[in-house]
Write a protein that binds this ligand. Structure first.
Ligand SMILES: [Zn+2]
Length: 162
């Protein structure tokens, strides 16, 4: 598998290490401002939101609202709900952005390379044929802040169509 190169993530990872007290997922869970946090869907137990520092366009995170670090600490119904949300949002992302596949997975624990090891999150990264070359070509700026709002609106609209 070709690895995605996402240089804009390095500042994020450095920043997060030094501000351990503020968990962005807990902040998003507690907030009423879904647009600010790019929350696509929420219920009492989980959130679906855009990753602010994506590996690729449409990189989603499925997050339990509880601040827990391990899968076995997540309630069984919430774990099941995370998988249902993954299936649902993969279908929406695929329909909206015509991606060819996904990388889906967890980094559990600091040793795994997870940038927010205290709060479990499931990555859903859309993949296109040749996207590793594509990302290097477009560089650092295109995918980050401005496009996130656009992607957020596109996905919300696609979810509402169903
Ligand atoms: Zn948290």
């Amino acid at each position: 598998m070709d690895r995605l190169y996402a240089p804009w993530r390095s500042s994020y990872i450095k920043k997060d290490k030094s501000s351990d007290d503020q968990c962005p997922f807990c902040e998003a869970a507690a907030s009423n401002d879904d647009a600010k946090h790019h929350v696509l869907e929420r219920d009492g137990s989980l959130l679906v939101l855009l990753n602010r520092f994506p590996y690729n366009s449409g990189h989603l995170l499925i997050v339990p609202t509880a601040h827990v670090s391990d899968l076995e600490l997540v309630a069984r119904t919430v774990r099941a709900g995370m998988m249902e949300a993954t299936a649902k949002w993969c279908a929406i992302v695929k329909k909206t952005f015509k991606c060819h596949g996904f990388n889906i997975g967890f980094n559990v624990g600091e040793v795994s390379g997870g940038s927010i090891p205290g709060h479990l999150h499931l990555h859903v990264v859309p993949r296109w044929q040749g996207d590793t070359n594509f990302l290097v070509t477009i560089g650092e700026t295109k995918l980050i802040s401005s496009d996130l709002n656009e992607i957020y609106q596109q996905l919300l609209a696609a979810a509402a169509e169903k």
